[in-house]
Design a protein around this ligand. Structure first.
Ligand code: NAD
Ligand code: G6P
Ligand code: MN
Length: 449
């Protein structure tokens, strides 16, 4: 059994490989292959991956390549996590909209749409290469963002691809809920959830007969945050970096859950709803000269590559060199459920087909599904209220127009996608952002006429 990681040079690769290696027996994995287009970055990351495998005495063989055939041949699982344009382009996605007074974010608003236009065709290329070389019953598990746009592009262009798009935010939220309520077994929480990627709500969270949704709502209302204060105290600054979702901007995000929940206490919101429901506040609290991309380059990326340099010099790997946790565990557990037909429940991004009754059947939605060898069996979430339906349909239309605009090379459709995004106040502002984005993305975007 072979697992290929696309975006082998990612900051998340070491943590994901560790999660795979810890499940070696259940996955029956013999080989992990790293594939990237940046040979040097991937080579460096592979040194620490190699160390991890040796450190836990794993029998897994490691292959590091920039050749597609070597990467995909007979592979059973392809974990995709590429960042097209890398952090340099993420920085532009965040800073260009902010200069126009709009939300500047990796996956939301105009930044997310820009990242979507960069990623759409490279993702289709991955699917085609995988279909050419990989095992016929392979699965592509995709983390590459922006997952909402990427999944819509896959649906539109490669509807039969064996791909499941996923996001770690719901599981990260459940981990935080568990910390607030002092229950460590967050992967066993039973949930109902509906929405789009980075745009959804938990309608139920239960565990051993307890109504955790009610308990966490009360907790957030009382403490005005989804971040337990003792978590911050317990963790030293460097652990916080490795902890993920815990440096300055993420702390702000967890606190904003309170503001979003205040505006609608019915369901527990996904953290990303802050960008749509609190867009003015988020812009006012952003620093257009120093965004999340800068923070990541100064923390997660820096710690990893400094850690690798330290390892090359001394043969020792420091604790802060890489993060290992829910992100890698989630994708490895999903592969395990597919392989071993466990029918365990996971929140995934799939074609609606009635899961949310009053949302179009062809919408790519994020909902819970039982995962077995034939893929996701979606769990129906019933009809949703006007508030959610209205918000979701506007966002969905923006993302669908973007994908259609990208495929057809239509300036008009992409402009409409930008204009109708809830983070943008006016069509003229949308045009100004779009025109700057076209210039910034010359190397990556399809031509828009
Ligand atoms: P990173 O820049 O450290 O790594 C991305 C890697 O992808 C780089 O090594 C880059 O060279 C490579 N790459 C770029 N284009 C490629 C292509 N066409 N083919 C193969 N490799 C390519 O980024 P990161 O912060 O580690 O994040 C990696 C990806 O995972 C991003 O897309 C990020 O948004 C995504 N992510 C998603 C979730 C989720 O919940 N869905 C969570 C975390 C990260
Ligand atoms: C969450 C989201 C991902 C996103 C990530 C950004 O985990 O689910 O989709 O990529 O946050 O994290 P970062 O640390 O890179 O800002
Ligand atoms: Mn995500």
């Amino acid at each position: 059994m072979i697992i290929t990681i696309v975006g082998g040079g990612s900051t998340f690769t070491p943590g994901i490989v560790k999660s795979i290696a810890l499940r070696q027996k259940e996955l029956e994995v013999e080989e992990v292959r790293l594939f990237d287009i940046d040979e040097e970055r991937q080579y460096k990351v592979s040194l620490v991956v190699d160390w991890i495998l040796k450190d836990i005495k794993s029998p897994i063989r490691l292959t590091v390549t920039t050749d597609k055939k070597t990467a995909y041949e007979n592979s059973s699982f392809i974990f995709a996590q590429m960042r097209v344009g890398k952090y340099a382009m993420r920085e532009k996605d965040e800073k260009i909209p902010l200069r126009h007074g709009c939300v500047g974010q990796e996956t939301c608003g105009c930044g997310g749409l820009a990242y979507g236009l960069r990623t759409l065709f490279p993702m289709i290329q991955v699917i085609d290469d995988v279909e050419k070389y990989a095992a016929p019953d392979h699965w592509i598990l995709n983390y590459s963002n922006p997952a909402a746009v990427v999944s819509e592009a896959c649906r539109a262009l490669r509807p039969h691809a064996r791909i499941i798009n996923i996001c770690d935010m719901p599981i990260a939220i459940l981990e935080m809920v568990g910390r607030c309520l002092d229950i460590p077994n967050f992967t066993d929480f039973d949930v109902n959830y509906f929405g789009l990627n980075h745009f959804g709500w938990f309608t139920d969270i239960t565990y051993q007969g307890r109504d955790l949704k009610a308990e966490i709502t009360e907790y957030v209302m009382k403490n005005k945050t989804l971040l337990p204060p003792d978590v911050l105290e317990k963790l030293k600054e460097h652990d916080r970096v490795g902890e993920r979702h815990l440096n300055a901007s993420w702390i702000h995000t967890w606190n904003n859950v309170y503001k979003v929940l205040q505006s609608n206490p019915e369901y527990l919101p996904n953290t990303y709803l802050q960008y749509y429901l609190l867009s003015k506040d988020v812009v006012e609290e952003s620093n257009p000269e120093y965004t999340r991309a800068n923070e990541v380059m100064d923390s997660r990326e820096k710690e990893l590559f400094e850690g690798i340099d330290h390892y090359i010099k001394t043969g020792e790997v420091t604790a802060k060199a890489f993060y290992h946790g829910a992100h890698g565990n989630y994708i490895a557990d999903l592969a395990m459920a597919l392989k071993n037909d466990t029918k365990k429940k996971f929140i995934v991004i799939v074609q609606n087909n009635g899961a949310i009754e009053n949302i179009a059947p062809d919408a790519m939605v994020e909902v819970p599904a039982y995962i077995g060898k034939n893929g996701p069996e979606v769990i129906c979430q019933g009809p949703i209220g006007d508030y959610y339906k209205g918000l979701m349909e506007q966002q969905l239309a923006s993302e669908k127009l973007l994908v259609a605009g990208g495929i057809e090379g239509s300036y008009e459709k992409v402009w409409k996608a930008f204009s109708m995004n809830k983070t943008v106040p006016s069509a003229t502002v949308a045009k100004a952002i779009l025109d700057e984005m076209i210039e910034a993305n010359k190397e990556f975007w399809p031509e828009l006429r």
